[in-house]
Design a protein around this ligand. Structure first.
Ligand SMILES: [Zn+2]
Ligand SMILES: [Zn+2]
Length: 347
């Protein structure tokens, strides 16, 4: 089978490798599709301080079921969560499961850009394998992980129906935040994006306001006008660029919440007036990744018809063309969401 992996900073390779076998308690899944995430691009650049495994948004068909796995069957269409928390430590007990030290240590093998992959026992046992409803096609299923990240974030910031959301960075994640916020009853959704093509696309995606952040003061005035001066209850930085975080912060109302989601560069700094921050009462809540329960919520909202996952995937490339998939994903003027597809995609 073909496997795409990182061979060091800037080095993406596709190799032939032996197909994995399911040990006791494990399963093996044939890949249908796995989205290229911004963090995969950052790992390739060598700018992300985590293990170098790539591809974490996979959907596919179960090909092997190991001894002792009772609840899953060969042929089932599934979404697989790559990380699982331990559910035993104090961090997990407090509900901060994506920050559990065990969480990022667990992973599928060899990753989501492989024609088939092994799902370890702990992932299987802790509910990381979610059966896809027959009405959810592979393209929608491949958005469950990034959409789950938005569900996790909005749950952690206490987003409630009627809230206003402003998001900076309208790549796939920014658009999914807007879609999830709508599904949860947002009364107003605005966004900022530097790419003209992505701004134009977002305007078609149901945003109440889309601004160019190049002139932050002007962007902020537009948010003020569009919200009747109230600004956003929740500001989201879906990109880690300090200017985008600064704009999301300034677009958040007094006493509101700023959610940091996009990955900042290592050692990057935010230059803000701390007295203004003190007086604004804005809470800053970083969120990272998602949980099995929040991904199940994504499927529930999609099946209820409130969460629209259509029109986000723009390109698909097979594992053999992984390099081209990454190039497309990096090209904001051309793509929104790029999927890497495997043998199960056609079925
Ligand atoms: Zn992702
Ligand atoms: Zn834990």
């Amino acid at each position: 089978m073909k496997v795409g992996r990182l061979a060091g900073p800037g080095r993406l390779v596709v190799e032939e490798s032996a197909a994995p076998r399911a040990g006791p308690g494990e399963i093996v899944v044939t890949l249908a599709a796995c989205g290229v995430c911004g963090t995969d691009l950052e790992k390739l650049r060598g700018r992300y301080r985590t293990a170098g495994r790539i591809g974490h948004e996979p959907v596919g068909r179960i090909e092997q079921v190991g001894d002792g796995v009772a609840q899953l069957t060969v042929g089932e269409r599934v979404f697989v969560h790559h990380h699982v928390p331990c559910y035993a430590c104090e961090v997990c007990a407090r509900g901060d499961t994506t920050f559990c030290a065990e969480y990022a240590r667990t992973n599928i093998d060899p990753g989501g850009f492989a024609e088939s992959f092994r799902v370890p026992r702990e992932n299987v046992e802790r509910g990381a394998v979610l059966a896809l409803d027959p009405s959810i096609d592979w393209d929608r299923g491949a958005l469950f992980e990034p959409a789950g990240c938005a569900v996790t974030a909005l749950r952690r910031v206490g987003f409630t129906p009627g809230n206003r959301l402003f998001v900076t960075g309208l790549g796939p994640v920014g658009v999914l935040y807007a879609r999830v916020a709508r599904a949860l009853g947002a009364s107003w959704v605005g966004g900022a994006e530097i790419s003209p093509a992505r701004r134009e696309r977002a305007a078609r995606h149901g945003f109440d306001l889309v601004v160019d952040p190049a002139d932050a003061d002007q962007a902020l005035r537009a948010v003020g006008t569009s919200t009747g001066g109230k600004l956003a209850d929740v500001g989201v930085a879906a990109t880690g660029a300090p200017a985008a975080i600064g704009l999301a912060y300034r677009a958040t109302r007094r006493g509101g919440t700023l959610n940091l989601f996009g990955l900042p560069e290592p050692t990057s700094r935010l230059d803000i007036d701390l007295q203004e921050m003190y007086l604004s009462g804005v809470r800053v809540v970083p969120t990272y990744a998602t949980t099995e329960a929040d991904v199940a919520t994504v499927q529930r909202l999609a099946l209820a018809g409130t969460l629209d996952l259509s029109d986000i995937v723009t390109h698909r490339r097979p594992v053999a063309e992984l390099g081209e998939a990454f190039d497309l994903a990096r090209d904001a003027e051309t793509s929104l969401k790029v999927l890497v597809t495997g043998p199960a995609y056609a079925g």
